[in-house]
Ligand binder design. Structure first.
Ligand code: NAD
Ligand code: UDP
Length: 318
């Protein structure tokens, strides 16, 4: 059963996406080493994996070098929610730049294949819609989101330079807004904020007029896309967009969450954060072609299990 097993390192493995990825890789029969400094991640996300003897947890900050032996590296370590990545912006740039250099250096030394969790934020506030991988983006390099946006752009630069200079096997996934279970209660991103507010009967906070749009991908679809990308032939490097092209305004999202939770929360309009992108939708033509991948779970179908997860989390903390 374990004849094709690989030793896989997942940085940021105790986070939202990382914990799902660790779980899927274990199900596929691989040895998983989860590295996390618990900046935004939580032991709760991986506690059920600790009894699996093919799972290992290492508390470590990837801005410092790491010496381990693995076959593949998924580099996910980085706070992803604006409130968290803006809390310590210098550390956010460090995790993307120093962290990526450390993980690329490790991959180079041990000849491992390495995948970078990049982001739709590399497109900034996009002037092209939907966004194909060829679009070079519209990013402010001195704004409050820049530590993340420019950090992730620099990480992509590093991945491609290591690839060209050292013939390394790299994969770059540009992930669009993804949601699902194991998001932190105070994650701060829109889907979790709205669900938690609706479940607690608190006002739903819409920033700006609510007509800005996002495209929301359910976590299971995203993880399948990430693993498919890692398993492509060596000549496939990406960048590849991974996300659900179904696009919704933030107001539409609020209305759906209120409806699905049967909440009597009111909508409260608040100031729009600086540099908040107006629209976002992935062009996934490339992912369809090279990965034969597309998301299967529409928004409403994915919101239900996410709501159940938050209901249980809130109950367990009460
Ligand atoms: P998350 O905040 O839940 O997970 C990030 C994890 O990285 C956390 O467990 C955190 O503790 C860990 N981490 C942070 N700094 C670290 C460091 N210096 N050393 C070791 N571990 C560290 O966020 P997520 O949504 O799971 O995002 C995972 C990755 O995917 C991130 O790189 C993010 O930029 C990328 N991404 C996510 C989305 C999304 O919608 N979820 C979209 C685009 C890109
Ligand atoms: N947003 C909102 N209310 C919230 C949280 C976010 O209206 O409580 C908006 C935010 O301004 C942005 C969109 O929802 O326009 C998505 O925000 P999120 O932080 O989830 O992700 P990102 O902006 O990085 O795509």
């Amino acid at each position: 059963m374990r004849h094709n097993h690989k030793r896989v390192l997942v940085t940021g493995g105790a986070g939202f996406l990382g914990s799902h990825l660790c779980e899927h890789l274990l199900e596929q029969g691989h040895d998983v080493l989860c590295v996390d400094n618990f900046y935004t991640g939580s032991k709760r996300n991986i506690v059920h994996l600790l009894e699996n003897r093919y799972f290992e947890l290492l508390r470590h900050d990837i801005t410092f070098p790491l010496y381990v032996e693995v076959d593949e590296i998924y580099n996910l370590a980085c706070p992803a929610s604006p409130i968290h990545y803006q809390n310590d912006p210098v550390q956010t740039t460090k995790v993307n730049v120093h962290g990526s250099i450390n993980m690329l250096g490790l991959a180079k030394r041990i000849k491992a294949k390495i995948l970078q969790a990049s982001t739709s934020e590399v497109y900034g506030d996009p002037a092209i819609h939907p966004q194909p991988e060829t679009y070079r983006g519209n990013v402010n390099c001195i704004g409050v989101r820049s530590c993340y946006d420019e950090g992730k752009r620099c990480a992509e630069t590093l991945f491609f330079d290591y690839h060209r200079q050292h013939s390394m096997k790299i994969k770059v996934a540009r992930i669009f807004n993804t949601y699902g279970s194991r998001m932190h209660l105070n994650d701060g991103r829109v889907v979790s904020n709205f669900i938690v507010q609706a479940l607690k009967g608190k006002p739903i906070t819409i920033y700006g007029d609510g007509y800005q749009s996002r495209s929301f991908c359910y976590v299971d679809d995203l993880i399948e896309g990430l693993i498919s990308l890692m398993n492509t032939p060596d000549e496939v490097t990406g960048p590849v967009n991974l996300g659900n092209p179904g696009e919704f305004t933030i107001l539409e999202l609020a209305e759906r969450v209120i409806e699905l939770t049967n909440s009597n929360s009111e909508i409260r309009y608040e100031a729009l954060p600086e540099d908040d992108p107006r629209q976002r939708q992935p062009d996934i033509t490339l992912a369809r072609e090279i990965l034969n991948w597309e998301p299967k779970v529409p928004l409403e179908q994915g919101l239900n299990p996410t709501i159940t997860y938050f209901e249980e989390l809130i109950r367990s903390l009460a």
